[in-house]
Write a protein that binds this ligand. Structure first.
Ligand SMILES: [Zn+2]
Length: 317
């Protein structure tokens, strides 16, 4: 069966089933499996001014085999994953990239299980509705096409998209070190691979990993949505922290006024206003004791030094 026929019918050949069998616990029948082809990425310059080198595509072809893909439909249930069981780089003679290379694409075959949960999805794939794929991977080098500098180690100042001596600068992604997930989306994703994977557990660790080890930072729509949600949570937490600090400052000033009535409010506010929250709380304690006359009171405002609990004596004059 040719690739075209397989794409149309989605029925695996014996060879397909043998490859798929590496990932299943039992041998599947042809009618249980749906297969479809995807183009994962290519060596064309993307909208971000980046492209993979052909050797990078070759390495990705190895790294991506066996990797699962997700569909950008979270509401529909959990069985909607597909797995890549075959990847290869296909050279298209006669087609040139913007950089003047022969066009190469990383093509893959994916399978998913047929069933009530995937019926509609399969129908959409067959109908050509879902055809955009975005990939996540990490690369060891991101080279400037003009001067060859690895942009993450030594920024060279050349701007992707700008012309230098007639040549358009772009970034060449080389030496992939890892391939994460791929996702299949209805809306065209930003071309260009990203490096983000599994934002469920810790968005921060994923973000750090992405910034440290991958090519730039391009997200699938789902990942972008998750990160945006996380940013919202951070913003809220920051706002709560700010309110908490304001409240602590007000209380510290109030206790300071009771403890040291001779100090002008402005001075207290100015001095205490520089302190971090734990320091403010310490001073509030000290002032409270001072106000109740149980402890000697510091004569001057000391330089702000965070103190652990139980070190009250250091404040005693
Ligand atoms: Zn450069």
């Amino acid at each position: 069966m040719s690739e075209k026929e397989a794409a149309r019918t989605g029925v695996p050949t014996a060879e397909d089933l043998a490859l798929i069998g590496k990932y299943t616990r039992r041998e599947l029948l042809p009618e249980e499996v749906y297969t479809f082809p995807v183009v994962l990425c290519d060596n064309e310059i993307d909208r971000e001014g980046e492209r993979f080198s052909v050797p990078a595509l070759e390495k990705l072809a190895v790294l991506f085999v066996g990797k699962t893909g997700i569909f950008d439909h979270e509401a529909r249930g959990k069985n909607q994953t597909a797995r890549l069981y075959r990847c290869r780089v296909v050279r298209e003679e006669g087609r040139r990239t913007a950089a003047g290379e022969v066009y190469h694409a990383l093509r893959a075959d994916a399978y998913m299980l047929r069933g009530p949960g995937t019926q509609e999805l399969i129908r959409e794939i067959d109908g050509g509705i879902k055809k955009e794929v975005s990939v996540g991977c990490a690369v060891a080098a991101a080279r400037c096409s003009i001067c060859g500098a690895d942009r993450r180690k030594s920024p060279c100042g050349h701007q992707p998209g700008e012309r230098y001596d007639g040549k358009v600068c772009h970034i060449i992604l080389e030496d992939p070190t890892d391939a994460y997930e791929w996702s299949f989306v209805a809306v065209p994703a930003q071309p260009g691979a990203g490096v983000v994977k599994g934002l469920g557990a810790s968005p921060l660790s994923v973000l750090e990993k992405a910034l440290a080890g991958g090519k730039g930072l391009t997200l699938t729509p789902m990942e972008a949505a998750r990160l945006a949600g996380w940013a919202g949570e951070l913003r809220q937490a920051a706002e709560e922290g700010r309110l908490l600090r304001e409240k602590a400052l007000r209380e510290a000033v109030r206790m300071g006024r009771l403890s040291l009535p001779e100090l002008p409010r402005e001075l207290l506010e100015k001095t205490l206003g520089r302190l971090a929250l734990p320091e403010l709380e310490r001073w509030t304690q000290v002032f409270r004791r001072g106000a109740s006359g149980r402890l000697p009171i510091p004569q001057t405002a000391p330089a702000a030094e965070p103190e652990g609990p139980g070190e009250n004596d250091s404040f005693v004059v």
